[in-house]
Write a protein that binds this ligand. Structure first.
Ligand code: SF4
Ligand code: SF4
Length: 267
């Protein structure tokens, strides 16, 4: 999948993690914050988790106030983007003259910029097949600075190595689905499950702990304690569960007696 912040000119060269480039972004540049307007910022599940915490909102409140939902290009997978303001320049809601209001929790796409990344493999942790490209926007003065990085150094400096590791299960779901022919579509119910599990973590938590989910699924006590206490663990549990539900891949199983009891009450 591709996450690129901007619709700027994409340099048609594939770069790897060892490739080097010169770049520096700082307040002294005349272009400062100009890349935070008129853009498309795809939000990853972990971006949403961090931003709703930062803004002290529920995931539903954050989604309603700050995002819009679309289907990913050439797929039927729901994806969430930051909703730009309806001002003259379609500014990001978090940009101010002196920088980004939520800088420490800025989305992965903003961290990568001026790079974009494409993941080609649907095997989690197989990042060797990822490639990177530059978004060359004419107003961006950062390329004139002489600080040199390898792409790997940039990823670590910006914290996207950690973000990518947490989101790996989500990227895997998207790349898998993209590898299917377009005529194999997700049902509306599957799309809704995908949306809730990946983006609305509070609702997914209610689904797991306040429905028959834990009665029907055979989940060990350690995992239950972990996902109850830690939202990142819950998110990764959500990705693994979706992989099982959508692609029949994984170690989940249903308790046959609980399923029979539920079916009997439905009949
Ligand atoms: S140098 Fe590039 S990334 Fe930094 S503020 Fe300017 S346009 Fe944005
Ligand atoms: S979230 Fe921050 S860094 Fe990203 S576009 Fe908005 S203001 Fe810029």
């Amino acid at each position: 999948m591709d996450n690129s912040k901007s619709t700027g000119v994409i340099h048609p060269v594939r770069y790897g993690r060892k490739d080097r480039f010169s770049f520096m972004c700082h307040k002294g540049l005349s272009c400062f914050t100009s890349c935070c307007r008129g853009i498309n910022i795809l939000l990853t599940p972990y971006d949403i988790l961090r931003l709703k915490k930062r803004l002290e909102l529920s995931s539903q409140e954050f989604l309603s106030l700050y995002t819009e939902v679309n289907l990913l290009e050439k797929t039927d997978i729901p994806v969430v983007s930051l909703k730009m303001l309806d001002d003259e320049k379609n500014s990001c809601p978090f940009v101010r003259d002196d920088g980004c209001l939520i800088y420490l929790d800025r989305p992965s796409t903003c961290r990568y910029y001026p790079l974009g990344v494409v993941s080609l493999s649907h095997k989690e942790h197989n990042q060797e097949e990822d490639f990177y490209f530059f978004i060359n926007e004419s107003h961006c003065r950062g390329f004139e600075e002489n600080r040199e990085w390898s792409i790997e150094e940039w990823r670590v400096d910006q914290g996207v190595d950690i973000q990518d590791a947490i989101n790996a299960g989500w990227t895997d779901l998207i790349v898998r689905k993209r590898s299917f022919p377009m005529n194999i579509q997700l049902t509306e119910k599957s799309k809704q499950l995908f949306f809730t599990a990946c983006y609305n973590i509070d609702e997914f938590k209610r689904f797991v702990f306040e429905s028959s989910f834990l009665t029907l699924h055979q989940i060990d006590e350690h995992t239950i304690t972990e996902i109850q206490a830690d939202e990142i663990s819950l998110l990764q549990f959500a990705f693994a569960w979706l992989k099982w539900i959508l692609f029949k891949d994984g170690n989940f199983s249903l308790d046959p007696e609980a399923v029979n009891r539920r079916n009997a009450t439905k009949a």
